[in-house]
Design a protein around this ligand. Structure first.
Ligand code: IPM
Ligand code: MG
Length: 360
């Protein structure tokens, strides 16, 4: 087992029929997306035989088809063994006009379309990168936490209204939605689940707290449970990140806290994620965005993409040894000094890829 692979995510892992050659749908998306997904395919090809099928997604799909995800693309994902996505979005498609398509609609539609309610974002800084974090080494040393973000409910998917002078986004959660994500969190915890909400203000949070508490006493009494308000959790993440084991929270709080937590690892360019829980394939993607400011310059850090490919091998295809191979190659490349620009170095995407390939 690798240092990263020792949590039990089985509660959320798709039980894939063992096809001969697994089919992977690749969604390069926009910005740096194509530049980091191609090297990830190189890394995967060096380890195992997979069949790849690439589809336009996000802004690239808007340009080609007028929509961020076509029905064909969703169908291809549904019938794949796993989906590997790089990043979507960019200034070209930025609009405040609700009638215009947005790249992010593809991502949200895919998560919803595949029923991927559990987004898992492990945060474990590598000793080699302790000094790359904006936080002091003493604070982050030994941090090993997992953000379990609810991904198909809440304000992201509630009814939206808009007139010239007012707008609203509805936040709804059901008992069932809360219970199933909490079950994933308790299943992945070693000792403690921190359930993050805003129960002092939001009704959805009060239901959240009640349901998590009931599930805990019914099914997971041996795991410690604490309830933390989201503003306080944001503070504790930077003041005492080591305190956390599993953080479980609703969609938008999880979005925000996971970007914050990423900086503990030195760069958001380091954080992979897995989205699971549906009846079909999982979706694996870096936490970072499409970084349009550096797209085309060859400066993108491909490591979160590689680590997402590792999560795909482990949780999507049950190829544990191959997943460990990628993770330890990344660890060793960093230990030997590999630093892309986001980590304060000068390595290009190509150099980072070669360094990891060398250690595979
Ligand atoms: C993420 C991203 C997405 C989200 C955006 C691109 C819609 O920030 O995966 O964290 O908010 O979920
Ligand atoms: Mg985000």
């Amino acid at each position: 087992m690798s240092a990263r692979g020792d949590r039990d995510w089985d509660a959320a892992t798709y039980d894939r029929p063992q096809a001969m050659t697994p089919k992977i749908v690749l969604l390069p998306g926009d910005g740096i997306g194509p530049e980091i997904i191609a090297p990830a395919v190189e890394v995967l090809n060096a380890l195992t035989t997979l069949e790849f099928e690439e589809h336009r997604f996000g802004g690239a799909s808007i340009d080609a088809h007028g929509t961020a995800m076509t029905d064909e693309t969703l169908e291809a994902c549904r019938t794949a063994d796993a989906v590997l996505l790089a990043a979507v979005g960019g200034p070209k498609w930025d609009t405040t006009d609700p009638a215009q398509p947005r790249p992010e609609q593809g991502l949200l539609g895919l998560r919803k379309g595949l029923g991927l309610y559990a987004n898992l974002r492990p945060v474990k800084p590598l000793p080699a990168l302790y000094d790359s974090s904006p936080l002091k080494r003493e604070r982050i040393e030994g941090t090993d936490l997992l953000v379990v973000r609810e991904l198909t409910g809440g304000i992201y998917f509630g009814e939206k209204t808009r007139t010239a002078d007012s707008a609203s986004d509805l936040c709804t959660y059901t008992r069932e939605e809360i219970e199933r994500i909490a079950r994933v969190a308790f299943g992945a915890a070693r000792s403690r689940v921190t359930s993050v909400d805003k129960a002092n203000v939001l009704e959805t949070s009060r239901l959240w707290r009640e349901v998590v508490r009931e599930l805990h006493s019914r099914e997971f009494p041996n795991i410690e449970l604490e309830h933390t308000l989201v503003d306080n959790a944001a503070m504790q993440l930077v003041s005492s990140p080591r305190h956390f084991d599993v953080i479980v929270t609703e969609n938008m709080f999880g979005d925000i806290l996971s970007d914050e937590a990423a900086m503990i690892t030195g760069s958001i360019g380091m954080l992979p994620s897995a989205s699971l829980g549906g009846e079909g394939p999982g979706l694996f993607e870096p936490v970072h965005g499409s970084a349009p400011d550096i797209a085309g310059t060859g400066a993108a850090n491909p490591l979160a993409m590689f680590l997402s490919a590792a999560l795909m091998l482990r949780h999507g295809l049950a190829l544990e040894a191959e997943a460990v191979a990628i993770e330890s190659a990344v660890d060793r490349a960093l230990a030997e000094g590999l630093r892309t620009r986001d980590l304060g170095g000068g390595a290009s995407t190509g150099e980072a890829t070669r360094a990891v390939l060398q250690h595979l």
